[in-house]
Design a protein around this ligand. Sequence first.
Ligand code: ADP
Ligand code: ADP
Ligand code: ZN
Length: 216
Amino acid sequence: MNVILLGPPGAGKGTQAKRLEKRHKLVQLSTGDMLRAAVASGSELGQKAKALMDAGHLVPDDLMIAMISDRIDQPDCAGGFILDGFPRTTAQAEALDSMLAEKGLKLHSVIEMKVNDDILVGRITGRFTCAKCGAGYHDSFQKPKEPGVCDNCGGTEFKRRADDNEATVRTRLEAYHAQTAPILPYYSDKGVLKAVDGMAGIDEVTDQIEDVLGAA
Ligand code: ADP
Ligand code: ADP
Ligand code: ZN
């Protein structure tokens, strides 16, 4: 089963993708995580992407399409994957369609996570992750059970993303509305688009996604 989670920054894509990974034995393909790894490694791609990411702008389509195509070819994707953060433009959505056709793969569903802009800034500025295992948390909405200790791995170091500040979030939201939201009609015309209420609590959103996956 290959699924797309589509929604603005802070909608909960990463949070839900990690749950889907466990429940359905799928692989989370987060283009944001892949780019951050490229930046950290200092690769050519990372060098091209860094300033754009820091400013909240999108990385060029050709780089993203090549990156995701290579990733889908890895053997661990054969059992199914969750796209988190890709596609983000109509050109990426069209390229994804042709690459899936070439690879003989199909999309099970495209799940739109609907969240109002006014709460996204608070979601993003309160976000942090475990430095060891990558588990996601929030200062108010998803605190570790024991303060300062990761629920998942017991790690005690956490990190925050350089681009998770209010000014950059505003630019990222603009990019979402201008460049990513236009993909929604593309998928609804194909009849694969399903929406969930991303404003609901984390467990309830998971239940809604399970319903969508079960019904499709
Ligand atoms: P995205 O991957 O779409 O950018 P994340 O999954 O990283 O979003 O979620 C952004 C922040 O909001 C995280 O700190 C996460 O813990 C929190 N969060 C995710 N889903 C919800 C929810 N349904 N309600 C409240 N907070 C949430
Ligand atoms: P969020 O879910 O919080 O918006 P991501 O981790 O998905 O953040 O993305 C972080 C940054 O990485 C984006 O602001 C953008 O610069 C870049 N990026 C990630 N995925 C893509 C993509 N598919 N196309 C272009 N840029 C991307
Ligand atoms: Zn951890």
